[in-house]
Ligand binder design. Structure first.
Ligand code: MSP
Length: 532
């Protein structure tokens, strides 16, 4: 039996974490979900069959306590918070395929079946658990990890709680060697490299069995063999990824769930939950005899104005307000362009506005506007009916444009999303420069019509290609541009019209004359005010 996932070119499944519903979504969850959505959209654009999973993690002490404090039943509380996730994903134009809730009845069936497999494997036993528990992390902490006075190293305003209770344990220690072998044989399993090193260090220091049940906790699934114990929230939540693979009408069995989409190609997570995904989860899967996911990618953390963000620090960013104010493309673009995926990144309102004005309003928006204006004026609103071969081979936009599709595609494949933006903006900036330097307005006056047409063709084609390649990131702007260029395409709805949008054709340079008439130029991104 092989634990290695197979590479599949036309099927791509990816997940965000299943978010805790102790509160409405914060900017961290928005960040992870935007990245996942960009990747999912890129794969759909390529014509892949995509399953993009997100959802919520609703059990455990943290949620139960929050609901108690609000005087609500946990389920009522969860239903309310889940709504706010749907609202935010709608605002941010997130096109997920599945929303997995761990309180769903079908999820219970999957958890029972999986638990039974691991139980039969002999990997679960009862013992005494003593240790410091962080309810916010829902995790026992090593004493050496804690801050002064036993505060959590991640939730630095939360004191951990001492626990001394009978728990069921999972024999993680049994899997140390197999895990090490997998990390070695599959160097891309954990990314980026820095995160992989963290995991290798953690594992090589020796894996301990971990407790997978709680007592005195009602909010969760009971252990079938001993119902006074409740299954540990993380054990339950990770399995939410499997439940999500079921079609709506399918009977909830592991066999059904795993039939089409397993193994998942990409688990995208924040760096704080790396161990669960890169150590515990693969061990649980091996215990149940299942293949492992292809890749776990741990992104960095966001800070605000260089400071750690937190409610107690009073410096959180409200993703609802931000998106309502600036629009989803602006928010998506900033986080993708400004932060190298995998590294920590900062949010600063002034930089946010400056970047959006510089890139989207000035460089890209103006380029479109001035070019379409000139096509109206100098070419009667018709795209110059030229072919690739009519453009000189050493035309600098042609030179960049001809390789851009491939290069940007590689960046997306490598999850180097900010590099994809940089490459695309290189063509946008070169196009502006090209117009300035070749001055088609004076050539027009000199009645050099064919030169004017060559220039405008090269620029308009570059605008088209850039908006196509940026469409996973800024789908609304790209749609407006494509429509102004006369294409009947909506990048928010490409699964239905992929035949009209063959990837290999649209990612090449030199196809704009497939379409002859352009529409009236309209601003695609309005300049933003610098905040005072
Ligand atoms: N419920 C678990 C995941 C279970 S997956 C089976 C969980 N939920 S969470 O709501 O706390 O996670 C939120 C996600 O947001 C994580 O990926 C986390 O890394 C991310 N972020 C939380 N704060 C963040 C920042 N300040 N910056 C960027 N991302 C951060 O963990």
């Amino acid at each position: 039996m092989s634990y290695y996932s197979k590479q599949n070119n036309c099927k791509f499944s990816l997940t965000t974490p299943l978010y805790y519903v102790n509160d409405i979504p914060h900017i961290g969850s928005a960040y992870t979900t935007i990245i996942a959505d960009v990747i999912a959209r890129y794969h759909r654009l390529k014509g892949d069959d995509v399953l993009f999973i997100t959802g919520t993690d609703e059990h455990g002490q943290k949620i139960q306590r929050t609901a108690d404090n609000r005087g609500l039943s946990p389920q009522v509380h969860c239903d309310e918070i889940v709504q706010s996730y749907h609202e935010l994903w709608e605002l941010l134009d997130i096109r997920f395929d599945r929303f997995s809730r761990t309180t769903a009845a079908r999820h219970h069936e999957i958890v029972k079946e999986f638990f039974q497999r691991v139980w039969e494997r002999g990997d679960i036993y009862l013992d005494q658990q003593q240790g410091w528990y962080c309810v916010a992390c829902e995790e026992f902490k090593e004493e050496r990890e804690l801050l002064d006075n036993k505060y959590c190293n991640i939730h630095t305003n939360q004191k951990t709680e001492w626990r001394d209770e009978a728990n069921y344990f999972f024999r993680l220690s049994q899997y140390q060697q197999q895990l090490e072998l997998i990390y070695q044989e599959r160097p891309d399993f954990i990314q980026p490299q820095s995160r992989r090193n963290e995991v290798l260090n953690f594992v090589s220091s020796g894996l301990k069995d971990f407790s997978i049940s709680r007592i005195n906790l009602e909010w969760g699934f009971p252990i079938p063999q001993d119902p006074k114990h409740t299954i540990y929230v993380w054990f339950d939540a990770l399995l939410g990824y499997i439940t999500a693979l079921l079609d709506e009408e399918q009977e909830p069995t592991l066999e059904n769930a795993l039939a089409k989409w397993w193994p998942i190609n990409l688990h995208l997570i924040g760096k704080d939950i790396l161990r669960f995904h890169a150590v515990y989860w693969p061990a649980m899967l091996m215990s149940a005899g299942l293949p492992l996911p292809e890749k776990v990618f741990g992104h960095g953390f966001l800070t605000k104005d260089g400071q750690k963000m937190g409610k107690s620090l009073g410096n959180t960013i409200n993703p609802f307000a931000l998106t309502k104010h600036y629009g989803s493309d602006a928010v998506r673009y900033y986080f993708i362009k400004e932060i190298e995926l995998g590294k920590d990144g900062d949010f600063n309102q002034e930089r946010f506005v400056k970047i959006l004005n510089a890139d989207l309003a000035n460089d890209f928006g103006n380029l479109l506007n001035r070019t379409l204006g000139m096509v109206q004026k100098y070419c009667n609103g018709r795209v110059p009916q030229l072919k690739l071969d009519d453009i000189p081979q050493d035309n600098r936009l042609r030179l960049i444009g001809q390789v851009l599709g491939r290069e940007v595609s590689e960046s997306y494949d490598e999850l180097e999303l900010n590099t994809a933006c940089e490459k695309i903006f290189n063509l946008i900036r070169s196009s502006n420069k090209f117009i300035d330097e070749s001055a088609p307005w004076s050539l027009y006056k000199q009645e050099k019509q064919s030169e004017v047409e060559q220039i405008l063709y090269a620029v308009i084609e570059s605008v088209r290609l850039c908006s196509f390649l940026l469409s996973p990131i800024i789908p609304n702007i790209s749609t407006k541009i494509y429509q102004q260029l006369g294409f009947d395409i909506d990048f928010n709805n490409i699964s239905t019209n992929e035949k009209e949008l063959p990837f290999d054709l649209h990612k090449s340079w030199g196809i704009i004359s497939l379409n002859s008439t352009i529409n009236k130029p309209e601003p695609v991104f309005t300049r933003l005010e610098i905040p005072t």
